[in-house]
Design a protein around this ligand. Structure first.
Ligand SMILES: CC(C)(COP(=O)(O)OP(=O)(O)OC[C@H]1O[C@@H](n2cnc3c(N)ncnc32)[C@H](O)[C@@H]1OP(=O)(O)O)[C@@H](O)C(=O)NCCC(=O)NCCS
Length: 328
């Protein structure tokens, strides 16, 4: 077996390996996008990644691809100089042991480090326990869960609304109410045990973004009130065909923001909002609702699975000591 740099010459066979791996994944989890079962789709997808400068490696035995790993580089205040290997950027051929990721990561990671990218992210199917343990052994830890809820199996009446909460859709004029929620998630996540850093101007930018939801016709934003006081909000965003993510199935909607005011938490506000939002999504013809959460956000990590979201993939993180980039 040899490991070599992923180039254009590998596209055709790598596309086949990826499409087949998505087929296997989809047989376990039908929420995965069927688009990625088509070789034409995976070929275009990998070609775009490659043309955009993704750096990766491929393992070959007797002229056949056993697996590949591609990483997209990115630089921003939050993730620093990072490389992302999404669910659709790596795959192993059928029957290949996940330990192959060790060699693929060693070789691809060497390139990432040499180019000064010490922060590494990889998305791994939740059902692939062997692959998860291989990545844990490589120094990665769980950061984010991507969950899916099957709306066809969702019951309208999981909870009774004994909370005296009234719900209505946000509308123009609700800008200040929406702004008051803007810091709830980021603010909570600065605390234990997330300790997430915040970016300069993040609060102001968040407030502007939340205010815009009042007149955003593409999203559906629900507000929950106790009397006159807004206590909770949720924003749902339909995913379009233009979305090229493996977890964005046809007819999916994303629960993109969920937030309850600190003083109202634990009283059932978000439970009632979620029931309402999901029932509305189902009535609108959506089949799947997706969301994601930090595993160290203890409120989220307990709440979303309780609402019926099932983990489909995990985002794992490894931040190599930056001095590791300097020694080469
Ligand atoms: C996650 C979050 C949205 C949940 O909202 P919430 O309104 O507190 O949720 P609920 O009250 O419906 O449910 C939370 C708990 O209250 C319980 N509960 C439900 N109905 C209840 C009721 N009528 N009375 C008392 N408790 C109730 C739930 O069973 C749940 O219990 P648990 O502690 O055992 O998990 C909220 O904690 C929050 O805003 N967190 C900070 C921001 C954030 O992280 N948002 C999510 C980003 S992904």
């Amino acid at each position: 077996m040899k490991i070599e740099r992923f180039t254009e010459s590998h596209l055709k066979e790598a596309a086949k390996v990826l499409a087949q791996s998505i087929q296997r994944l989809r047989s376990i989890n039908p929420a995965i996008s069927a688009k990625f079962e088509q070789i034409s789709m995976t070929h275009t997808h990998l070609q775009v990644l490659q043309q955009n400068g993704a750096i990766g490696m491929v393992a070959i035995d007797n002229g056949k691809i056993l697996g590949f790993l591609l990483g997209e580089t990115r630089e921003d205040e939050y993730f620093g100089r990072s490389v992302w290997a999404k669910l659709s950027s790596h795959a192993l051929a059928e029957g290949v042991d996940s330990v192959l990721y060790r060699q693929l990561y060693a070789a691809a990671g060497e390139q990432w480090m040499a180019q000064g990218y010490p922060n590494h992210y990889v998305e791994v199917p939740a059902a692939d326990e062997a692959a998860l343990w291989t990545w844990f052994g490589l120094g990665f830890g769980q950061q984010q869960v991507y969950g899916v809820l099957d709306l066809s199996a969702h019951s309208h009446c999981m909870f009774s609304n004994d909370t005296k909460v009234s719900i209505r859709r946000a509308k123009p004029g609700d800008e200040d109410i929406l702004k008051s929620f803007a810091w709830n998630i980021a603010g909570y996540q600065t605390g234990a045990p997330v300790w997430a850093p915040t970016e300069k101007n993040e609060k102001t930018e968040l407030e502007e973004g939340y205010a815009e939801l009042a007149s955003d016709e593409e999203c559906v934003t629900w507000l929950a009130f106790e009397g006159e006081q807004a206590m909770g909000m949720q924003m749902y965003r339909p995913l379009t065909d233009a979305d090229k993510e493996v977890m964005h199935s046809k007819n999916s909607i994303e629960l993109a923001v969920g937030s309850t005011m600190p003083k109202a938490r634990g009283k059932g506000v978000a439970s009632v909002l979620t029931q309402h939002g999901l029932a509305y999504a189902r009535e609108q013809g959506f089949e799947w609702c997706i969301t994601d959460w930090r595993t160290t956000n203890l409120l989220s990590a307990a709440f979303w699975p309780k609402m019926g979201f099932v983990p489909v993939a995990h985002r794992l993180e490894r931040r190599v000591d930056e001095r590791g980039c300097m020694v080469r």
